[in-house]
Design a protein. Structure first.
Length: 640
């Protein structure tokens, strides 16, 4: 190579390197210190990367001196179609258009008469469709983990000094801690892990729960890195297990930078100093005669009067949130979503989100939190039906009415007002099940005994370990998908928040016992754990209990008897599928129950073999069967 060519090449290379070096985000402190009217400065871009073969993204740039900047992209096949700026120049919205499908690095140049800035941005190839995105269903068993309280797998990300003694402090649980205990969950019979939100909470002293995001595009460092989260997702997938991410599009944390400096004047419903306080009157959303003021109290109020309520009716807010959901799914291969505070967000947003997700992830499923005892209310939010001209598309709500019924039935405390349950005994179950016609898909309903917002099942007044075991038998056999709150399977106790969020024994430094192992568990813990494992394994081996139809044969104050089978119209006989007969006796003495089999799903059945809790006595004669169920026992029979 001639000398002068080499000099030109090196000179060009140096210039290119120099330009490349300048294409980077600046520290936030450097931008906030930049003089007004100076050169543009950029410290953050949401989303931090995107993918080809997806709807082209809207970027939100954070910085200073961005107002009315000229924005251009260096990189083939990508153009800027639109820009928009906050009046104070702290934010720029940039809409990109990606004309081809190549993964590539871009440089986004932002220029004003005072200077310019450049930032890098990557478009990646999407994950193969087989790499996650599986969706959960009634074939699964979901386990809710409060990440900070399950297991500490990385002491390096713990707070210093330790906050283990603070009931509302950060205890140090993390993604690696969950990954370390997948054997425990797998062996218990869990197939799907639902984690509380992973968003950055900026170390907020009481924000270990994850519902007060300060940056929706970062994991909280206490939980671990995005790479740690991906490792956990991959480890779950290698076992055939699934990951469900908790998704919070209703609000951000009070400490989010937007709270004092929103990207648009109507980014939130109201402002920090002038907003509605959220009401919890979901019936106002359903009542055709409610006032708009009554409805807006739910959808536009600030949760607990402190959490800034995002304005999903603003198209840019809606697009920001939808992209954010997609970003977490594509970044991790998550299989499903749990939507927080579902009724507090307008239906139109849910419909838009669902439309995008169904296109990108056709197998992904979602469950929405509608905390209410009445199926008339909870079913209103389910997908598959239009109300007010809008179908939310939601795969399923949680079965909160069944949660209330199970508690009323087994604690013998007055049922919660506002639901269909009138009894405080076994009849409460049928009172809820009889309303299943309200749901397009009652078989999808996740059923549960409690969660991170409720007193532990075992701490309700008067509830015993025997009651907990009956509740687990119902959880494993009733229609729907069982969902377990971490620690209930080892008989953990605890009152209202924060007493219901104790550390899983054995997951944290200094623990006096290790309940992850049989040897480390107390006899009582093993009794409940082994019962739950036995039920879940039996359920997995008998698909009628997962996906079968259900017919309720007998219900009174102390007994509930039902059958699960693939097709109720097929009685016993050659070629008919399995018939799982479940009988629960909540009485303090044995019950002898006689069932008439004619014109039931058990027509033609003559043999009843006890499979679980099989000390029961059966006597089939003619078209009747008599079952004797011991005191406070649940028995599963196979009928033939
Ligand atoms: Ca930790
Ligand atoms: Ca809202």
């Amino acid at each position: 190579m001639p000398q002068y060519w080499r000099a030109i090449t090196l000179g060009w290379l140096a210039a290119a390197l120099c330009a490349a070096a300048s294409a980077q985000l600046q520290p936030e402190s450097a931008c906030t210190a930049a003089p007004a009217g100076g050169a543009p400065c950029i410290y953050q871009v949401d989303p931090p990367n995107w993918w080809t073969d997806m709807p082209s993204p809207m970027l939100l740039l954070y910085g200073r001196n961005l107002k009315d900047a000229r924005v251009a992209v260096r990189g083939e096949g990508v153009s800027v179609t639109k820009t928009q700026f906050s009046a104070n120049g702290h934010y720029a919205f940039v809409w990109l258009k990606d004309a081809d499908s190549r993964a590539r690095a871009l440089r986004i140049r932002v220029e004003t008469d005072s200077g310019s800035a450049e930032i890098p941005f990557r478009l990646e190839h999407r994950r193969p469709a087989s790499d996650g995105f599986q969706g959960f269903s009634d074939k699964d068993v979901m386990y809710l983990i409060m990440t900070d309280r399950f297991a500490d797998g990385d002491l390096a990300n713990d707070p210093h000094p330790s906050q283990l003694d603070l009931p509302r402090g950060w205890h140090g649980g993390d993604f690696r801690g969950i990954q370390k205990h997948l054997d425990y969950l797998d062996q218990l019979g869990v197939t799907t892990v639902w984690m509380t939100p992973v968003y950055d909470q900026d170390g907020g002293q009481q924000d270990y729960h994850g519902y007060s995001a300060t940056d929706m595009y970062q994991t909280d460092p206490h939980f671990g890195t995005l790479a740690d989260l991906r490792d956990l997702a991959d480890a779950l997938h290698r076992r055939g297990m699934k990951l469900v991410l908790d998704t919070v599009p209703n609000h951000v944390g009070a400490a989010h930078p937007w709270a004092t400096d929103p990207p648009m004047p109507d980014w939130f419903h109201g402002t920090r100093t002038d907003h509605l306080m959220a009401t919890y009157e979901f019936q106002n959303l359903i009542d055709p005669h409610a006032t708009w003021a009554q409805r807006l109290g739910v959808t536009e109020g600030w949760f607990a009067n402190v959490l800034p309520d995002l304005n999903q009716e603003n198209p840019e807010v809606s697009q920001y949130l939808i992209q954010n959901v997609i970003w977490w799914i594509e970044s991790t291969g998550a299989d499903g979503l749990r939507y927080d505070t579902f009724p507090y967000v307008g239906r139109a947003f849910w419909q838009s989100l669902d439309g995008e997700l169904k296109t990108l992830y056709p197998r992904l499923t979602e469950v929405g939190e509608i905390f209410h005892p009445n199926p008339v209310i909870t079913s209103f939010f389910a997908g598959g039906v239009s109300h007010g001209g809008i179908d939310t598309g939601l795969w399923t709500p949680f079965d909160f009415p069944m949660y209330f019924a199970l508690r009323a039935a087994l604690s013998h405390h007055d049922p919660v007002a506002g639901g269909p349950v009138r009894h405080d005994d076994m009849r409460a179950l049928e009172e809820v099940l009889s309303e299943d016609w309200l749901y397009p898909h009652p078989e999808r309903l996740p059923i549960f005994l409690g969660n991170h917002d409720t007193m532990r099942f075992l701490s309700q007044p008067g509830v015993t370990v025997a009651d907990l075991k009956l509740a687990f038998a119902l959880l494993a056999t009733l229609r729907g998908m069982p969902q377990i709150y971490y620690g209930d399977e080892i008989a953990m106790r605890g009152g209202d928040d924060p007493d219901n969020r104790h550390d899983f024994p054995g997951g944290f430094p200094g623990a006096t016992q290790n309940a992850f192992t049989a040897a480390g568990r107390t006899p009582e813990q093993n009794e409940v754990h082994d019962w739950v494992a036995q039920l879940l394994h039996y359920r997995r081996d008998h698909p009628a209990l997962e996906t079968g139809e259900q017919q309720d044969l007998l219900y009174d104050a102390t007994a509930f008897v039902f059958v699960r089978t693939a097709d109720l119209k097929q009685g016993c006989g050659s070629g008919s599928g399995e018939h799982e007969l479940v009988a629960v006796n909540d009485a303090g003495q044995p019950r002898t129950l006689t069932l008439d089999l004619e014109r039931t799903a058990l027509t033609g059945c003559t043999e009843f073999r006890g499979e679980i809790g099989s000390t029961a006595v059966t006597n089939a004669a003619g078209s009747q069967v008599t079952l004797t169920i011991p005191a406070k026992q649940a028995v599963i029979f196979q009928a033939q």
